[in-house]
Design a protein around this ligand. Structure first.
Ligand code: PLP
Length: 441
């Protein structure tokens, strides 16, 4: 085994950060608490690699938690950012690139005729919920346990990933009134959905879901579930919102609808609203929500539903997103990414089997999760039966061998355009050692 990596500088940086930033991090998932340790501090990234401030190199499967489908420092993205920055950082006035990005999203994503740009996925989900409520003049929303839609008050109920592993599914500071109109059901549970609509049908504004879940680890929907969600919302006059902050431009150029159609499980009629983020900013802060013009025209200043932002449509962020999406349109990487991910997933599953460790490697396009779990994960309940202690050991075993994975059992990992076959094989070699070490005791 390799000598232990030095983490001295990261340790010092973390202690310094902890004095002035809660937990030393600006977003809790980064803190490595779910794997009982301290985070590494990143110096730089290039392609599929990141380097920490102690000089250690890692193959990165986090990719900033999803945005970096082109890898770190893609030359075209960097050039676009530089060019935009030279022209001015912010105007608070419309710029043509915003329209270009909106046109591109409308062209790519079925059912999106208009979009509003914001600064994060959280903001986009929050605004889409407000729009759905304003449009339907109803208050109740349905979400699913283990789906994350940002840290929006009304949506922070059993919200997966970092909220799960921190053990605070309901955060203090959220008045009960804020979640009183949120019904939280289990993913893939059709009878529960039917019952909710039977009881509350005429008061439900929207159902929001991750069409392929990433935020309890990768979980796929069943055909029956997607069908039921679409039929029930249509029948009861509620809107269906696909939160594609993670899956948009990740599962395919057209996002989850394209991917699920290929699997034969996407209903003919798509969602009414779509929430985007992550990849559409190419590593800079951009979120968006969009849908049919008839609905989107309820947003101010066309309509009465208020939503605004000083830095929304920021020229540098939009340039970064445009460069990223343009590259994806010109050189679609999706088939290659899926093959690489399949090879990785299959390899990991075989290695676990060989080591005698129960596991489910679940993947969709270039998203994957290795669950240390006896049974397939189909919802939050089954996800929670995973062996998180074993996951923590695996995480550290991999980090020590130069592989940077999401620091929680309940997250998706990502393969980027910058990953190649050799890196996948190197990852599998590292996994073999890490898993054998775990199996020994
Ligand atoms: C990341 C994510 C969000 C939140 O986006 P932020 O930019 O972190 O606010 C919302 N929904 C889903 C599905 C996400 O994966």
């Amino acid at each position: 085994m390799k000598p232990e990596k030095s983490k001295e500088l990261s340790r010092a940086a973390y202690q310094r950060a902890c004095r002035v930033i809660p937990g030393g991090v600006n977003s809790p998932a980064r803190a490595f608490r779910a794997v009982s340790g301290e985070p590494i501090f990143v110096q730089r990234g290039q392609g599929a690699y990141i380097w920490d401030i102690d000089g250690n190199r890692y193959i990165d499967y986090v990719g900033s938690w999803g945005p970096l489908i082109l890898g770190h420092g893609h030359p075209k993205v960097i050039a676009a950012i530089e060019e935009a920055a030279r022209q001015g950082t912010s105007f608070g006035a419309p710029t043509e690139r915003e329209t270009e990005l909106a046109e591109l999203i409308c062209r790519a994503v079925p059912g999106v005729e208009m979009v509003r740009l914001v600064n994060s996925g959280t903001e986009a989900a929050m605004s889409a919920i407000r729009l759905a409520r304003g449009f339907t003049r109803r208050d109740k929303i349905i979400k699913f346990a283990g789906c994350y839609h940002g840290h929006v008050d009304s949506l922070l109920v059993q919200a997966g990933s970092s909220a799960t592993t921190l053990g605070m599914p309901n955060s203090p500071g959220i008045p009960q009134g804020c979640t009183a109109d949120t019904l939280c059901l289990h993913y893939n549970d059709v009878p529960a959905l039917e019952e909710a609509f039977a009881h509350y049908g005429s008061t439900i504004a929207a159902v929001i879901l991750e069409p392929v879940v990433g935020n309890m680890g990768v979980v796929l929907p069943t055909k029956e579930f997607l069908q039921a969600v679409r039929e029930l919302t249509s029948r009861h006059g509620a809107l269906l919102i696909y939160d594609e902050v993670m899956t948009g431009f990740r599962l395919g150029w057209s996002g989850a609808q394209e991917y699920l159609s290929k699997l034969g499980i996407q209903p003919k009629q798509g969602p009414d609203l779509i929430v985007l983020g992550k990849i559409i900013g190419g590593g800079l802060p951009v979120g968006a929500y969009g849908g049919r013009a008839e609905i989107m025209k309820h947003i101010a200043p066309d309509g009465p539903v208020f939503q605004a932002g000083t830095l929304s449509g920021n020229p540098i962020a939009v340039a970064s997103g445009l460069a990223t999406l343009t590259e994806l349109e010109k050189y679609p990487p999706y088939d290659r990414l899926e093959k690489l991910t399949q090879r990785l997933a299959q390899g990991l599953a075989e290695l676990c089997r060989a080591a005698g460790l129960a596991c489910q490697v679940q993947h969709a396009a270039s998203m994957w999760t290795l669950f240390f779990n006896e049974e397939p994960v189909s919802d939050y309940r089954t996800a929670l039966r995973s062996d998180t202690k074993r996951f923590a050991r695996f995480f550290w075993g991999m980090l020590e061998r130069g592989i940077y994975l999401p620091c929680s059992q309940f997250e998706a990992a990502f393969v980027s355009v910058a990953h190649d076959e050799a890196m996948i094989e190197a990852t599998l070699s590292a996994a073999r050692e890490a898993l054998e070490e775990i199996a020994k005791d």
